[in-house]
Design a protein around this ligand. Structure first.
Ligand code: GLU
Length: 476
């Protein structure tokens, strides 16, 4: 049987880590079985729709190269792939249930519902609509809510990830199938669609587990076989004590791309949010993940979202980029002043940071001194652990000796030797002399290797900046 999985998002806003992981896992299962992966838009809750959300979902999958074989924008044999365009189908299936005596029109008003809820509360029992089924029967017209007539019983079922699960009859209730606006509920629509679209696996987040007995009851009433259930573990915050929320960094995945995280690194990270291959390997190409992924190795317990790990992983991918790929990654992030520089200069700067940045955006703050003279900030010297111990005239002397030596030095590999000779000549340690030269030439306490940095900056710029620092020291 052809494996068919689907990603079925509701277009209610952004695409956070959890949604994209669900999409990716469903994609992986399909691809590793040479099956098909479907995008279906579940837009039946008209109150929760967010404009442009569908485009956003499509764009995200597209940018991450999570390619679907059927979907709202490309069609497919089971079109349409937007639930709002499938209302007639749900109405037809609702009629089947009505005709079999497994659905009924429910005209209970909101006030009455509230009263019934209070009644249950007063009797200290859970509110189950089936305890209050209306006695009068009505012919169904669109515009009237239709409810499922459930057949409560205990259930045991198997989930490929969560294992064997069970629940008592109290988990089965008469839920709404079609709302008064004519749209189906998620509970009803997804079951009809998964069946019609021949989905073999339902890959989704764990928030639906509690509803599973209701779904099982509906599968029975419709006489359809349930697909394999693949419930993914929740994604937890860094501390591991609650579900990841926006505040903990559940950013939109496109924002990560915008900040210069690489798609393959993000996918690698998402794949390992709850899955491992049993070895200590952490870096996997997408193809490797497709080959090795195994739903039975997905963990049941929450998977911690570790931003540091994502940064580490991304930096591993940045290290492996070719010059062209690196330039492409960094292009949107150069400081404005970089516009005045030629591409080979930019490439030199890019390469010196390739092993140091965690994501593209970091180049912006880190590289500014390669493109402009920054205002001399003597505090960098006065607050340095070692340099603050030195008298001002010593600092000036050290800078002057440096200028004297460097003005006759070629700024190539020899510069390293020259800088080392300067240590001997001045009888200073690197954490004194090199820190001073670094601060003077970059106006920053940290930089890539001093000699490499100065070679890129060039002799003229370095000498000018050394002079600027001396001038400032003399003024103060
Ligand atoms: N529309 C549901 C959601 O966005 C999808 C659940 C499912 O995959 O069945 O949460």
């Amino acid at each position: 049987m052809m494996v068919r999985t689907r990603f079925a998002p509701s277009p209610t806003g952004y695409m956070h880590v959890g949604s994209v992981r669900t999409a990716f896992f469903a994609y992986l299962i399909a691809k590793q079985h040479n099956g098909q992966f479907i995008l279906r838009i579940e837009d039946t809750d008209q109150n929760r729709l967010v404009t442009n959300s569908v485009n956003h979902i499509i764009k995200t999958l597209h940018e991450l190269n999570i390619v679907y074989d059927e979907g709202p924008d490309i069609g497919g044999p089971y079109s349409p792939y937007r639930q709002s365009q499938r209302l007639e189908i749900y109405h037809e299936w609702a009629l089947k249930l009505l005709n079999n005596g497994r659905a009924y029109v429910d005209l209970t008003s909101q006030d009455e519902l509230n009263q019934l809820r209070n009644l249950s509360k007063n009797q200290q029992k859970p509110f189950l609509f089936r305890d209050y089924r209306p006695t009068s029967q009505h012919q169904w017209q669109i515009g009237q809510p239709l409810r499922f007539l459930s057949n409560p019983k205990p259930y045991s079922w198997h989930d490929e990830v969560m294992g064997d699960l069970s629940a008592g009859p109290e988990a089965v209730d008469d839920f709404i199938l079609i709302k008064s606006d004519g749209y189906p509920t998620y509970n009803f629509a997804h079951i009809v669609d998964d069946y019609l679209m021949k989905c073999t696996h339902v890959v989704r987040s764990n928030e639906f587990i509690a509803s599973m007995p209701k779904f099982l009851n509906l599968y029975e009433a419709l006489d359809i076989e349930k697909p394999l259930l693949v419930t993914l573990p929740p994604i937890m915050n860094d501390a591991g004590n609650k579900k990841l929320s926006k505040r903990d960094g559940a950013k939109d995945i496109l924002d990560y791309l915008k900040n210069g995280y690489l798609k393959d690194a993000l996918l690698n990270f998402l794949a390992t949010l709850g899955w491992n291959d049993g070895s200590t390997q952490e870096i996997f190409s997408v193809q490797e993940i497709i080959n090795k992924f195994d739903i039975h190795r997905v963990q049941k317990s929450g998977a911690k979202f570790d931003q540091k790990r994502l940064d580490w992983m991304n930096s591993q991918y940045i290290k492996k980029l070719s010059a062209d790929q690196l330039i492409k990654l960094l292009k949107p992030f150069w400081p404005q002043s970089a516009n005045n520089y030629q591409s080979d200069y930019l490439l030199q700067v890019a390469k010196i940071f390739q092993d140091r940045i965690r994501y593209g955006q970091e180049i912006n703050q880190l590289s500014d001194y390669f493109f402009e003279d920054k205002t001399v900030n003597l505090d960098l010297i006065f607050q340095d652990k070692q340099l603050k111990k030195l008298e001002k005239n010593i600092l000036i002397d050290l800078l002057e000796i440096t200028i004297n030596e460097l003005k006759n030095t070629l700024f190539d590999q020899n510069l390293t030797t020259k800088l080392n000779q300067l240590l001997i000549q001045t009888n200073q340690k690197p954490n004194v002399l090199f820190s001073l030269i670094r601060i003077a030439t970059t106006q920053s306490p940290h930089s890539p290797g001093l000699s490499e940095t100065m070679q890129i900056l060039g002799q003229k710029t370095c000498l000018r900046r050394l002079h600027q620092t001396i001038d400032e020291l003399k003024k103060n």
